[in-house]
Design a protein around this ligand. Structure first.
Ligand code: AMP
Length: 362
């Protein structure tokens, strides 16, 4: 295969979008693309990932297979990602051979908790107090800066609360360092938040920004359990959260959907983290909005105008983790929308699906 012609303007129906990663997010992106007459080509090392069941093509190759990445880039009209921990060399190899949206800057920031906090603080957005920790000897000074209690987190490759250890006082530092594997880390002061909320927002190729109504998120064992929309928090906070999400999108010159997680502390908002992709706390948009987060992302990546993301109903989305999905028959009943990801094995802690319940917009 050789490099394909790349037309100017929005990708017409029939075009192919390449997605790195074939989990449930890639699957739901593929389904949304299909609705617009676009095809998806999944790149994922697994032989039969969930997204491949519903996509037009699948390349099963490792993320450092230069030849496979080149063939993939040439076979698609634009590339996007379902996860943020894409190796920088993989992103660069793709970007040299295809339009890649969002671009590498967003990944460099979202992959590294220190870069992320520095970026956010640099544009005037508050975060938990933090200090970078390179070696065990940095820990005491870091704790003096952030104050106790705190959370020690690996700088890179953390998700769903993994690679984190709580610290009550200086006596916990050595244990926490060992627990996270002694890797480059960030120490964060523990935030006594009242609520956690998130904003799912999108920015088009032309700079247009749209945001969904913020939801309140509840976690169990570090994994998102429930998102409630609208978030039952003061309106001033949700408005502020949407403005901050827009500010982040513009500062990154971003194209696509982003998820921004916030801590609500009194009248203040602190950003916990940003996810440069569609986000679990935005799954409710599938059933409660005209255009959901997946289609919005596909539209942005394909250079289409963004759609109407207004919400017609109130919604509560709950994840189905591990064996919870075995209850699929009951969960497919009246008044709820069941989404299953086509995963064979229901391992503990694995996201198997979600269910969304709607009520009239309040
Ligand atoms: P993370 O993987 O960084 O999003 O952390 C997972 C969850 O741990 C968050 O959604 C919070 O509930 C909690 N958490 C993380 N960092 C902090 C912090 N600095 N203060 C309080 N809670 C935190």
């Amino acid at each position: 295969m050789t490099e394909r012609e790349r037309p100017m303007g929005p990708l017409p129906p029939g075009s192919t979008i390449g997605i790195l990663g074939g989990g449930q997010l890639g699957r739901m992106l593929s389904l949304a693309a299909a609705r617009l007459g676009l095809k998806c080509h999944i790149y994922d090392p697994a032989p039969a990932p969930p997204a491949a069941q519903v996509a037009a093509a699948h390349t099963a190759a490792s993320y450092d297979d230069a030849e496979a990445l080149l063939q993939f880039a040439w076979s698609v009209d634009a590339v996007t990602f379902e996860f943020e921990n894409v190796p920088a060399s993989t992103g660069a190899a793709l970007a040299a051979n295809a339009p890649v949206r969002p671009g590498p800057q967003a990944f460099a920031i979202a992959q590294d908790r220190v870069e992320e906090k520095a970026f956010l603080n640099g544009i005037g957005i508050g975060t938990a107090p933090w200090a970078s920790v390179e070696t065990e000897t940095d820990l005491a000074a870091a704790l003096a800066k952030t104050g106790a209690p705190g959370v020690l987190k690996t700088r890179r490759f953390g998700y769903d609360g993994k690679g984190q250890s709580r610290i009550s006082d200086a006596g916990d530092l050595a244990r926490a360092w060992e627990e996270i594997g002694g890797a480059s880390a960030i120490l964060e002061g523990f935030v006594a938040f009242q609520d956690e909320i998130s904003v799912i927002a999108a920015r088009g190729l032309d700079g247009q920004v749209v945001a969904y109504d913020p939801g309140r998120n509840e976690h169990r064992d570090g994994i998102l359990h429930r998102t409630t929309v609208p978030a039952p928090v003061p309106r001033a906070l949700t408005q502020q959260a949407v403005l901050m999400a827009g500010q982040i999108l513009n500062a990154l010159d971003y194209v696509g959907v982003i998820g921004v997680e916030f801590f609500c502390v009194g009248r203040d908002l602190l950003v916990n983290e940003i996810a440069p992709r569609v986000h679990n706390s935005g799954h409710w948009t599938q059933d409660a909005c005209l255009i959901d987060q997946f289609e919005q992302h596909i539209r942005a990546v394909a250079g289409w105008p963004l759609g109407d993301g207004s919400r017609h109903s109130d919604a509560v989305m709950e994840n189905l983790i591990g064996a919870e999905a075995e209850d699929w028959l009951r969960l497919s009943g009246e008044g709820q929308a069941l989404h299953l990801y086509g995963k064979k094995e229901a391992r503990a802690g694995r996201k198997m699906g979600h269910v969304t319940r709607l009520s009239p917009r309040g």
